[in-house]
Design a protein around this ligand. Structure first.
Ligand code: ZN
Length: 192
């Protein structure tokens, strides 16, 4: 396995639209495993192929909260539906086929480090796609996992969470990053 380079805004490669895979080849399986390793290494809870410069519709996620003292997974802190999801989650060709309700959350991103801003998403979703073995899968979920999946699918369409803020806020953040880069010390929080 390998730790991959994560592209950061304003890298224009983050703006490209990713393509569906025809089948899950051993190379794509390896990419998914490397992406998981990269996501854990940088302490993110999700990572899309676009962020590691791969133009395939694939994301990985693991939203299990960890107890800071014991380092064990704290599954109690997850919703019922989140607990039913396979973790870590790997989905090729993800498509959201159903949405319900609205929710807001302070999102961050490994491609926009140190920034956390409130974004509105659907509260509950059904997502369909292919799993790591290329088998069709369907998942109904809510909570942080539903937010994470919507955030990752945005990446596959060349979109970032900072595009979803009010135009004033979005432009201010983008201009600031372009002018000053990112802070040396990363702000605490879990990038999606
Ligand atoms: Zn992201």
């Amino acid at each position: 396995m390998a730790i991959l380079e994560v592209l950061k805004f304003p890298d224009s490669r983050l703006r490209r639209k990713c393509q569906e895979v025809e089948q899950v080849t051993p190379e794509l399986k390896k990419l998914a495993e490397d992406m998981l390793e990269t996501m854990y290494h940088y302490k993110g809870i999700g990572l899309a192929a676009a962020q590691v410069n791969q133009l395939v519709r694939l994301f990985v996620a693991d939203v299990r909260p960890k107890n800071p003292e014991t380092g064990e997974y704290d599954l109690e802190a997850m919703t019922e539906l989140e607990r039913q999801a396979p973790m870590p989650l790997v989905i090729f060709n993800p498509v959201i086929t159903h949405r319900e309700g609205k929710v807001t959350y302070d999102e961050g991103c490994l491609s926009v480090p140190s920034y956390f801003e409130t974004v509105e998403r659907s509260q509950k979703i059904i997502v369909e796609g292919l799993d790591l073995n290329g088998q069709p899968m369907k998942l109904e979920t809510d909570g942080l996992l539903a937010i994470c999946i919507q955030h990752e699918i945005d990446h596959l369409d060349g979109k970032l969470f900072i595009d979803r803020l009010s135009p004033i806020k979005s432009n201010r953040i983008k201009a600031k990053i372009k002018k000053f880069g990112y802070p040396q010390e990363e702000k605490e929080g879990q990038p999606i």
